[in-house]
Design a binder for this molecule. Structure first.
Ligand SMILES: Nc1ncnc2c1ncn2[C@@H]1O[C@H](COP(=O)(O)OP(=O)(O)O)[C@@H](O)[C@H]1O
Ligand SMILES: [Mg+2]
Length: 294
């Protein structure tokens, strides 16, 4: 396929909203559908890296080395972390990037220039951003064709969004006219509470059709998967969370006018079907975490 507008930045300066989980699981779903995906871990916490089972201590080079050592992005890529998906890993060294970038020319364009050289090798490039609006996130927005915003279904979902949208608008105005908001993904929904529905209504009022219909539920399996170094779809392929990420993948591709679905696979898969039915019936699934007081 190799569309030219294939770089997606997953941004939200809040931590713990599901950026990394979405990058890993949506990326893996799309890779499983046969598209070639590159995931760029742009967060010094390296959660996308460990989420694919890569030991952060074993990582030889990150984007930091591209910045300070003139290493090419292609030499940083770990091939086939799963079938059809490659990874640019990260570890704590990347924290130095924010400082080093300040001193280089065209500091906002660094990642864009790196990606340019590998862009045509991939159908999709997903950038997992850190929980800040610093230079790494700016670089991701400048490199991106599209912005994806994961939002957690919680009281303060919209808090801080003004800042994110201001940053996005500034980047669009001054550095990358072509970047657009592609979609808003609601994560960690718990339909047994009124809160989730209230937040969904509120967010839809604000973002209208940008909000994906596939809402990701709170799911124990999704939260366990990174501990096993596996994407949810590999760790618990028939869980409710994964079923939703598959729907999200279909919707994501549909928005790009690419028709692709898991229908045949799911028809053969009674587990996944019953999961869906249970959810529609509003029953409490064992994989759904009780709403906590956190
Ligand atoms: N749908 C979900 N259900 C349950 N736990 C989730 C879900 N999505 C993410 N988590 C967990 O919540 C935490 C934060 O998610 P993460 O994707 O790392 O957020 P971010 O990248 O925005 O900081 C992680 O421990 C992750 O495993
Ligand atoms: Mg993260």
């Amino acid at each position: 396929m190799n569309s030219l507008n294939n770089v997606f930045a997953f941004c939200n300066q809040k931590g713990g909203v599901g950026k990394t989980t979405t990058v890993i699981n949506l990326g893996t779903c799309i890779a499983q559908l046969g598209f070639k995906v590159l995931i760029i871990d742009a967060d010094p916490q390296g959660n996308a890296t460990s989420g694919f089972g890569i030991d952060k201590n074993d990582v030889i080079s990150t984007i930091y080395d591209n910045i300070i050592g003139n290493v090419l992005l292609k030499d940083t890529i770990i091939k086939d972390v799963i079938k059809n998906a490659d990874l640019v890993p990260s570890n704590a060294h990347l924290a130095g990037a924010e400082v080093e970038l300040i001193n280089i020319e065209n500091r906002e364009f660094f990642l864009r220039n790196l990606i340019k050289l590998v862009k045509s090798d991939y159908d999709f490039i997903f950038i997992d951003c850190p929980p800040s609006l610093g230079l790494l996130t700016i670089n991701a927005l400048v490199a991106a064709d599209k912005l994806m915003i994961p939002l957690q279904c919680e009281y303060y979902a919209l808090e801080g969004l003004g800042q994110l949208l201001d940053t996005f608008n500034l980047v669009k105005e001054r550095l990358n006219h072509d970047v657009d908001l592609f979609g808003v993904i609601m994560t960690m929904a718990d339909y047994r509470t009124n809160l989730t529905n209230q937040i969904l209504t509120e967010v839809k009022e604000f973002f209208q059709k940008k909000v994906f219909s596939a809402v990701i539920p709170r799911s124990i399996k999704l939260s366990e998967a990174p501990g096993f170094g596996k994407p949810g779809i590999v760790y618990a392929p028939h869980s409710q969370g994964v079923a939703r990420y598959k729907l999200l993948a279909e919707e994501f591709l549909e928005r790009l006018q690419i028709r692709c679905n898991y229908q045949n696979e799911d028809e053969e898969n009674s587990d996944a079907e019953s999961v869906e039915k249970d959810e529609q019936a509003g029953s409490a699934q064992e994989t759904v975490i009780q709403k906590s007081e956190e």
